[in-house]
Design a protein around this ligand. Structure first.
Ligand SMILES: NC(=O)c1ccc[n+]([C@@H]2O[C@H](COP(=O)([O-])OP(=O)(O)OC[C@H]3O[C@@H](n4cnc5c(N)ncnc54)[C@H](OP(=O)(O)O)[C@@H]3O)[C@@H](O)[C@H]2O)c1
Length: 385
């Protein structure tokens, strides 16, 4: 039986993970589940799965969690240390599905245990890639990518022969505004931005998909995870989201991974890896899909693509600054304080006015993250309506 901990169990990825685990109670045993403050969902999941430990990051929500779990025998906890304790629970398999750089310390705590750590939470890898990879190497933890694109590449990329890979091609749906002009995007509402054409996801990643910053973050994530030069990672718009990414080899063979736009497929791959497990998804019906389209991305209408590429090439602290500024700007957009186009403008401004030393530890990354958030927050005030 595989023991499992889910960091971010109440979110979109966390819920998909629970769905798979609960279908096979003889195969998986839940050790710990965490949330920020969604006590109702967390307590229900902990009771259903008979988890040992349930934790809210927001300590104000701990009394409600205690009450919801009273008499169940499930231990409860609240705050950053309790989240770290859950991440350090020694589970065989830990899902990192917290949103944003808030997931960095928990993911690092899981890596210290040396088990399998599954990365859905891409922001820590963007901000602190070198630090995370060094920790995994030191502890022997196995990192598996759950992001559908990176999971697709992982399935196609022979890591023992990286010199035989010519290119990685990351596919991108293009989001809800793929065909819109910049002028049209100026008036985008929150409701339009969070309505992804193919995927059902949390609010932050949905907005990132709409600005194409999600693909920019994934570009940096791919550069962290796979041994290939940055300029050999390309992005192609593929509106149907059926091909999740491709690996092009020196002999001209291109391997692609296809599947439904449902996170349960890549999560199941990491849950069973190196084996396979059944999922409830219907077989892919290529005849019904009919056609697969491809287009070049447009970094002029979607400047986030350019900003992420520049941050990747600049290296050092730049990806952490890009990510922190983007988190602040997206949050401001979600609160209806700024317009859609201002998200990329705030990221660009913050990236251009802050140039700290290269971070070499989690604390150094978090200090840069904090400063970039202050600078981006100031810029939000300039734009705020
Ligand atoms: N959704 C997808 O299809 C998808 C695909 C690929 C990658 N990802 C990545 O996976 C991560 C999660 O995405 P999601 O769509 O599942 O997000 P989501 O639905 O917003 O869920 C986020 C989870 O993180 C928890 N959380 C939020 N703030 C926290 C904090 N400060 N400390 C601890 N926990 C916190 C939330 O708890 P509450 O519910 O209590 O707020 C929730 O459990 C993101 O990094 C995203 O980029 C998502």
């Amino acid at each position: 039986m595989k023991t499992v901990t889910i960091l971010g169990a109440t979110g979109s990825v966390g819920t998909s993970t629970l769905d798979l685990i609960e279908r096979e109670p003889d195969r998986f045993r839940v050790v710990a589940l965490t949330a920020n403050c969604d006590v109702t969902k967390l307590a229900a999941a902990a009771i259903r799965t008979q988890a040992e430990f349930a934790v809210v990051a927001d300590e104000k929500c701990l009394p409600a969690l205690r009450e919801a779990l009273a008499g169940t025998g499930i231990r409860s906890g609240g705050g950053g240390e309790a989240i770290a304790e859950a991440a350090s629970s020694g589970a065989d398999w830990t899902m990192g599905a917290i949103v944003g750089c808030a997931g960095l310390k928990p993911v690092m705590a899981a890596i210290e245990q040396g088990g399998t750590v599954v990365i859905a939470n891409k922001e820590p890898l963007v901000s602190a890639g070198d630090v995370i990879l060094a920790a995994a190497k030191r502890t022997g933890a196995t990192l598996l990518p759950a992001d559908s694109e990176h999971n697709a590449i992982f399935q196609c990329f022979d890591a023992t022969r990286p010199e035989r890979v010519r290119r990685i091609i990351l596919t991108c749906s293009g989001g809800p505004f793929r065909d819109w002009t910049t002028e049209q995007m100026r008036g985008v509402t929150l409701e339009q931005a969070v309505k992804h054409p193919n995927w059902s996801m949390g609010a932050k990643i949905s907005v990132d998909s709409a600005t194409c910053m999600n693909k920019g973050l994934e570009l940096i994530e791919a550069a962290r995870l796979f041994p290939i030069a940055h300029d050999r990672i390309e992005i192609v718009i593929h509106p149907q989201s059926v091909i999740h990414s491709l690996v092009d080899h020196v002999d001209g063979s291109v391997l692609a991974q296809l599947g439904p736009p449902d996170m349960r497929t890549p999560i199941a791959h990491t849950l069973a890896w190196p084996d396979r497990m059944a999922t409830p998804m219907a077989p892919l019906d290529l005849v019904a899909i009919g056609r697969l389209d491809f287009e070049a991305p447009d970094p002029v209408r979607f400047p986030a693509l350019r900003l992420a590429r520049e941050a990747l090439d600049a290296g050092g602290a730049r990806p952490a600054i890009l990510n922190a500024a983007n988190e602040v700007a997206v949050e401001a957009f979600l609160q209806r304080r700024i317009g859609f186009l201002e998200i990329a403008a705030i990221v660009e401004h913050t990236s251009s006015c802050y140039d700290p030393a290269v971070p070499d530890s989690v604390d150094a990354v978090l200090a840069i993250d904090a400063e970039a958030r202050i600078l981006a927050g100031e810029r939000v005030k300039d734009y705020a309506v």
